[in-house]
Write a protein that binds this ligand. Structure first.
Ligand code: SF4
Ligand code: SF4
Length: 361
């Protein structure tokens, strides 16, 4: 199963780092959390605290930077699994953001605002489905419905799957629950006879690819599937793009989103840290729960970097990144790439606050 593979890989990573890390410091130079510590080798040798495990945003930048091909993120993931197995943390405390729990914040948000996709037209004989991902479908029903309508009428997409990809369970270290959730998705997708999934979110795209590609299901992005008109407009605002962590190694969204935005006439100005060097937006690995100070620092640093480009718009193709950047004040309009491509403008400034208020009440 996918989760067992993940854990086995993680378990070997700690031993590798202990044995092979040269303490060159390259990963620490690129990571605010590692910079608080000595080196991955020293941490592996002395053993990690659970606080350290949950201070890593699981962004994989260290893996991209390491000249020896080591993956410090892996040892933090391993410690997360160990923490949960040893019951050093109460797993139920985190059910509010777990997809296998009905009472999670996104379900509440959708119920509270009457966001519902059950009445959308569908074609049960189709083998192609849209997988928007829970963050997009919760916080932007307008984008979700417009993407689905276009996929449905122009690409023959037969339905929409309103499930989570299960990533939060894996990231939290809840191995058994994550495996169970993946099995549920496999059964559901197999029972529907689905042969192709079109993903909007990079986290979902890579998670679905890892699970379903070996089962013969093809995974596509919305950017390669939808048609976007060419435009010769020269009056569109200058835009900079934040690259999201799950795309770091393959760069599929990196290339596709820049291509379609430029095709539509957007001028793109790049930040200093893009592609593999892009930092986490501060929402990865649930660190906004465990290390809000670090999460805020990541947001502020990235907003400053974006402002320094002179761009008016900071765009991202991951809705979690968009929401995280929009929650702090800046001189930028923070938008999802799809807001720009589909001409649907939305202000995400208050969304996170609203979600927190609903859940608190
Ligand atoms: S995954 Fe990201 S946050 Fe975690 S140690 Fe690596 S670079 Fe730092
Ligand atoms: S970049 Fe690699 S070798 Fe260098 S300190 Fe980090 S883990 Fe060790």
């Amino acid at each position: 199963m996918a989760c067992d593979n993940t854990v086995n890989k993680v378990q070997t990573e700690t031993a590798r780092i202990k044995a092979e890390c040269s303490q060159c410091g390259l990963c620490s130079d690129g990571c605010a959390f590692l910079a608080e510590n000595t080196s991955p080798a020293e941490m592996a040798a002395r053993g990690l605290t659970k606080e350290e495990a949950y201070s890593c945003s699981l962004c994989a930048k260290c893996q991209a930077l390491c000249p020896l091909g080591l993956n410090p993120m892996g040892m933090f993931q391993e410690r997360r699994v160990e923490t949960m197995q040893n019951q050093e943390l109460e797993a139920e405390e985190f059910n509010y953001f777990m997809p296998d729990c009905e009472d999670n914040v996104m379900n509440y948000y959708r119920q509270y605002y009457g966001i519902d996709y059950s009445n959308l037209e569908s074609d049960k004989s189709s083998t192609t489905y849209f997988f928007p991902g829970c963050t997009l479908m919760t916080y932007s029903p307008a984008l979700t419905k417009e993407i689905y309508n276009r996929l449905r009428h122009k690409q023959g997409c037969g339905g929409i799957l309103t499930d989570c990809c299960g990533l939060p369970l894996y990231q939290m270290g809840l191995r058994a629950r994550a495996g169970k959730f993946t099995n549920y998705l496999v059964e559901k997708i197999t029972a529907k006879g689905i042969k192709s999934l079109i993903a909007a979110c990079p986290n979902c795209y890579y998670k679905l690819k890892a699970t379903f590609q070996p089962l013969g299901v093809k995974i596509f992005t919305v950017y390669e599937t939808l048609d976007f008109p060419w435009s010769s407009r020269t009056d569109l605002p200058l835009c900079t793009i934040h690259d999201s962590c799950p795309d770091r190694m393959e760069g599929i969204f990196v290339r596709q989103t820049r291509k379609v935005l430029q095709h539509m006439g957007y001028r793109i100005v790049e930040m200093s840290n893009i592609l593999q060097d892009s930092p986490c937006c501060g929402s990865g690995g649930q660190i906004s729960h465990f290390r809000p100070d670090l999460a805020d620092k990541l947001v502020r640093d990235r907003l400053t970097e974006a402002e320094n480009t002179g761009a008016q718009i900071l765009a991202s193709y991951c809705m979690s990144c968009v929401l995280n950047f929009a929650r702090l004040e800046s001189g930028l309009k923070v938008r999802h790439v799809m807001n720009l491509l589909l001409g649907i403008d939305e202000d995400y400034t208050e969304v996170k606050k609203r979600a927190a208020e609903i859940f608190a009440s």
